[in-house]
Design a protein around this ligand. Structure first.
Ligand code: F6P
Length: 327
């Protein structure tokens, strides 16, 4: 078993509410186990550049409730290359960092996985992304906050849609995953939800909207995941529907990056705290190159390789329920 005296921690990829709670948990667990902790700024980019700072328990006071990430984040192309990863390794060696905790999404874990195979630095991944698209965990840090943020925004759009008898297309985030769309859509009572995992097809959408008007609905909301599989982006979809349903007054609203901000929910703070402590404990007990996650309420770990390769399935039952309750 490797002796670990200093652990480096970084946040990478799209920021997510709760990342700060995870950083805090890592820093404090390190101190609890008398291990030094070094914060690495701007993800893998900062690792390549040696942008490090020693973190003590008091360095992370009052950040548990803050959105964003105090360590800042980046998407780093240089780390995708072997040369970039070698530079990062040299920086870690110079700073006597023996192990690494990476808080991020699947892109960040792919980088971390390559790094762990090439160099003798043990790595643990903590899933932090609003998309909830990481295999090996039921929930990623930030997802609960983001789906609530999206739901509240959709509720507000409902008020104006209903006042003007309008049809709204609302685009939510989620890249290639429909978790935010499906959950915020069901919670806000959206008439239709379009997600990448299910190809509804534009013509079925038009038919369904026609039917819903016949049942007496005067306004409707269609929640569209940004990675929806109809092959059209939200503006093209709206254009197609306008052409085929000229009786509708159609508007588009793209929620965008506001979904990544805001104070983390209680669930995200608790999840982040549990995963942060567990990540440190795994490293100190000799379990390496895995991602920590929550499965059936228990903290489990999955090989980084599997976390990167696997795919989380969408809840088909929720899709069925959505159809029933929006009749
Ligand atoms: O992965 C998180 C996420 O917010 C996705 O939902 C979205 O597609 C992407 O990041 C946007 O990335 P960026 O902030 O780099 O434009």
């Amino acid at each position: 078993m490797k002796i670990i005296k200093t652990i480096g921690v970084l946040t990478s990829g799209g920021d997510a509410p709760g990342m700060n709670a995870a950083i805090r948990a890592v820093v404090r667990a390190c101190s609890y186990y008398q291990t030094a902790c070094v914060g690495i700024y701007r993800g893998f980019q900062g690792m390549i550049e040696g942008d490090f700072e020693r973190l003590e328990p008091r360095s992370v006071h009052n950040i548990v409730k803050k959105g964003g990430t105090v360590l800042k984040s980046a998407r780093c192309d240089e780390f995708k290359t072997k040369e970039g990863r070698k530079k990062a390794y040299d920086q870690l060696r110079n700073a006597n960092i023996d192990a690494l905790i990476v808080i991020g999404g699947d892109g960040s874990f792919t980088g971390a996985m390559h790094f762990s195979k090439e160099f003798d630095i043990p790595v643990i991944g903590i899933p932090g992304t609003i998309d909830n698209d990481i295999f090996g965990t039921q929930y990623t840090i930030g997802y609960d906050t983001a789906r609530n943020t999206a739901m509240e925004a959709i509720d507000k759009i409902r008020d104006t849609a209903s006042s003007h008898n309008r049809l709204f297309f609302i685009e939510v985030m989620g890249r290639d995953a429909g978790f935010i769309a499906l959950n915020s859509g069901v919670a806000a009572g959206a008439e239709e939800i379009l997600i990448p995992e299910e190809d509804m097809g534009v013509d079925r959408l038009v038919e369904s909207l026609k039917k819903s008007r016949l049942t007496g609905k005067t306004s409707s909301l269609v929640v569209v995941s940004e990675g929806d599989d109809t092959g059209e982006n939200v503006y093209e979809l709206a254009k197609y529907v306008r052409k085929n349903l000229p009786q509708y007054d159609v508007r588009v609203s793209v929620l965008g990056h506001m979904q990544r901000g805001g104070n983390p929910s209680c669930a995200d703070r608790v999840l982040a705290s549990r995963l942060g402590v567990k990540a440190v404990e795994l490293l100190l007990n000799g379990t390496y190159n895995v991602m920590v996650g929550v499965l059936n309420e228990k903290i489990e770990h999955t090989k980084l390789e599997d976390a990167v390769k696997g795919k989380n399935k969408i809840n088909q039952e929720l899709l069925r329920i959505s159809d029933i309750i929006t009749i």
